[in-house]
Design a protein around this ligand. Sequence first.
Ligand SMILES: [Zn+2]
Length: 79
Amino acid sequence: MRITHCRACNSPLVNRRAHATTCSSKCRNVVWRQSKVTMIPEKIIFSIANHALVTKAAEAAGKSINQYVHDRLTQSIEC
Ligand SMILES: [Zn+2]
């Protein structure tokens, strides 16, 4: 039998549920906090023409408008 390890403290997970990923509620909270990304909502106003362009581009990319604008803005800032 393969022994898995806690995702937070890496201790072996013995005598745990088969699909357990952490050894304790404390470690489960650590993993949850690490996975949580804090997002700050921001309003962006487009002209109707630009909104149509952004909507089309988001649909072409298979993303929501929010995700598309977020990705484009963060890409342009990171470059
Ligand atoms: Zn642990």
